[in-house]
Write a protein that binds this ligand. Structure first.
Ligand SMILES: NC(=O)c1ccc[n+]([C@@H]2O[C@H](COP(=O)([O-])OP(=O)(O)OC[C@H]3O[C@@H](n4cnc5c(N)ncnc54)[C@H](O)[C@@H]3O)[C@@H](O)[C@H]2O)c1
Length: 391
């Protein structure tokens, strides 16, 4: 059996899960299975791809402007990384829109609660991904599974592996099954050499975090699959996402969620960024609405196939503290900057998202004051706390 493992590693590195330190060690039998299924599938796929380019299967826009995806009668959506900060909210929003059974949530662990179809899926396992795509007749994938910026700096190789290999596996699936794909990029694609104010859509991208490097490479691979294979892939560069519905999972902007929870619970908060660290942010409700609008826009409106800048608001820890104090007067914040401050300093403080506005009508609704009110009132309900100043 040992002999099977070496060829797997040598020839099919993107199919061998053990390349990532993150995944539990799989048995040798698994490698054999991957290798066998890969070999069987290769021939089928080559035929499918040939058919596509012979015109038997259309993945590009038709003369009437509709895509093959739109022509399918019913959407069946797969979300990877669905238990995360964004995924747990996006799953509900997509189920409201398309019906509970039309949205398959997946992650590496079962969620605490689930009100619809869920499957365990580690995006490093290409054969499992394919199995689910076939079993459920998937037409769209929202690929959210990733390791974020702060965690990525602690485990750089794992972050690169999951972020890149996961994306490759999903891109290949989109290519083979003619799927529409959403890939969330990040403002982390920018770096210290990028203009910090109103960062333009097209500018210098020299990120200094492994997360940023993986996202800028991912954006370019998305564009490559669009140009070369006609994959309908769409992407935005999210700023820091703030929401009451879920907790963040290891990013540099996590403080902007934590601070609200501590304020409502009547605690003080120690911030891991400096008080004047200004960063672009976006309220969850805006982020979800924008994501759905992008995915539902006619393909002809999507001019950018790397990733769109997306902005909501920008603030510093001191500014959001003052906004909270209007409704929680005794709230206090101390500052103990750690390694995340350095990451924050390499990122823009505001973003020019005019391309997204022009192309598919993006427009955020929340500013600092109405976001603060909304966060506090939902969290007050959650923690059963009364905040009289909210009115
Ligand atoms: N939250 C933000 O502020 C923000 C900002 C910019 C971009 N993004 C991007 O949006 C996406 C979702 O972010 P999030 O905040 O929800 O992240 P998160 O860390 O909260 O969730 C990520 C999810 O991916 C899962 N996951 C990790 N490894 C996996 C694997 N190998 N296979 C399958 N699932 C795996 C985790 O279990 C987790 O549930 C990510 O791609 C992230 O890079 C998020």
């Amino acid at each position: 059996m040992q002999g099977c493992r070496k060829p797997c590693r040598r020839f099919f590195p993107y199919l061998v899960p053990e390349f990532s330190g993150a995944v539990p060690k799989a048995g040798i039998a698994h490698y054999c299975q991957e290798l066998v299924s890969f070999t069987i599938l290769t021939k089928k796929l080559e035929k499918k791809r040939k058919d596509r380019f012979d015109g038997k299967e259309r993945s590009f826009e038709t003369a009437s402007g509709s895509t093959a995806n739109q022509m399918k009668t019913k959407n069946m959506i797969l979300i990877t990384g669905a238990n995360g900060q964004i995924g747990s909210v996006l799953t509900g929003a997509l189920r409201d829109r398309h019906g509970t059974d039309a949205v398959l949530a997946s992650d590496i662990r079962r969620p605490m609660t689930s009100d619809g179809p869920f499957e365990i899926l580690d995006v490093l396992y290409a054969s499992r991904l394919r199995e689910l795509v076939e079993k459920y007749g998937i037409t769209q994938i929202y690929h959210l599974a990733a390791i974020l910026s702060a965690k990525g700096e602690q485990h750089p190789q794992q972050a690169w592996d999951i972020n890149m290999r996961g994306l490759f596996n999903v891109l290949e699936m989109a290519r083979d099954f003619n799927l529409r794909l959403f890939f969330p990029s990040s403002i982390a694609v920018f770096g210290p050499t990028t203009p910090r104010l109103q960062t333009p859509q097209d500018t210098i991208t020299q990120p200094t975090t492994v997360y940023g490097i993986s996202k800028i490479a991912g954006e370019n691979w998305c564009q490559y699959y669009f140009l070369k294979y006609g994959v309908d892939v769409r992407s935005v560069r999210y700023p820091g996402i703030i929401g009451y519905q879920s907790l963040p999972g290891g990013g540099t902007t996590d403080y902007a969620v934590e601070i609200f929870h501590e304020a409502v619970k009547g605690n003080s908060y120690t911030c891991f960024l400096k008080e004047d660290a200004s960063l672009p942010m976006l309220y969850m409700d805006d982020a979800i609405r924008g994501t759905l609008e992008l995915m539902e826009a006619p393909a002809a409106r999507i001019r950018i196939r790397t990733s769109y800048n997306m902005a909501g608001l920008s603030f510093t820890p001191a500014e959001v503290t003052r906004a909270i104090q209007q409704y929680v007067p005794g709230f206090s914040v101390g500052y103990e900057p750690d390694f995340r401050q350095q990451i924050a300093e390499s990122w823009p403080s505001s973003i020019d998202d005019s391309a997204a506005r022009e192309d598919w009508g993006w427009k955020p609704e929340y500013d600092l004051d109405n976001m603060t009110r909304d966060m506090l009132s939902h969290l007050a309900d959650h923690y059963l706390v009364k905040l009289p100043e909210l009115g």
